[in-house]
Design a protein around this ligand. Structure first.
Ligand code: SF4
Ligand code: FES
Length: 245
């Protein structure tokens, strides 16, 4: 198959950048979106052109590195799917594909499709450590956890920190991400001692870093590849409010 791509090219953080059009042929329907970009980059290199910079690592949907805006949708058109797990059979070769980086103030463009998402690490750091000594794995397992709480924690822990929620949010808010991280520990017995202060500190840090506030638009959960529910934001708000009381 042959595709027309309109890809954001930007040589560095201070370059204005713009969309450039490329034709890429020889694409199989079984290729992932990133493999299709690999094919394009091989051709660009052979022609002596700069390859398109894009982030990736695991290519199996677990590292969160591969976020791209594809036709205006974070991670592309398939629900609950990271860009690396998205296959070309979902694209009509007759329709051009527009590929852009995440757009959010706290995610400056490094080059082409690569953005600096380290602001999300700062939010996690602000949460600090838990003071409970869990010892080795058998020790941690000795603390009983209700099944419903274990499932909620596991669901929240599935967040891979990709930043799609921020990119999709009209406010550039990281609330779904922060809520996932807060919920992950907040429902477990080991997470109780610092539960409130952790939520307040993480929320303050995300505000400090320039992420927007949440107005319940719901765009975040619609694009989240791990299905983090909007209810986790309500849980974060509850933790913050009860801590400030
Ligand atoms: S909440 Fe979802 S969209 Fe946001 S960073 Fe986590 S996995 Fe990505
Ligand atoms: S490359 Fe790791 S989630 Fe896509």
């Amino acid at each position: 198959m042959r595709y027309t791509l309109r890809i954001w090219r930007q040589s560095g953080p201070t370059d204005r950048g713009g969309l450039r059009e490329y034709q890429v042929d020889g694409v199989s329907e079984d290729m992932s979106f990133l493999e299709m970009l690999d094919v394009l980059n091989e051709r660009l290199l052979l022609a002596g052109d700069d390859p398109v910079a894009f982030d990736h690592d695991c290519r199996e949907g677990i590292c969160g590195m591969c976020g791209l805006m594809i036709n205006g949708i974070a991670h592309g058109p398939l629900k609950a799917t990271t860009t690396c797990q998205l296959h070309m059979r979902h694209f009509d070769p007759a329709v051009p594909i527009v590929v852009e980086p995440w757009r959010a103030r706290p995610f400056p463009v490094v080059r082409d499709l690569v953005v600096d998402r380290s602001a999300l690490d700062r939010v996690i750091e602000a949460g600090g450590y838990i003071s409970v000594l869990t010892g080795s794995a058998p020790g941690a397992h000795a603390v009983p956890v209700a099944k419903v709480d274990a499932e909620t924690a596991f669901e929240a822990a599935a967040c891979i920190g990709c930043g799609a929620c921020v990119a999709a949010c009209p406010n550039g808010s990281s609330m779904l991400f922060t809520a996932a991280k807060v919920t992950h520990l907040g429902v477990l017995p080991q997470g109780q001692p610092e539960r409130g202060t952790r939520a307040v500190a993480m929320l303050a840090e995300q505000d400090e870093l320039g992420f927007g506030g949440c107005t319940q638009a719901g765009e975040c959960t619609a694009v989240c590849p791990k299905g983090i529910p909007l209810e986790s934001i309500a849980a974060l708000n509850r933790d913050v409010l009860s801590s400030l009381r």
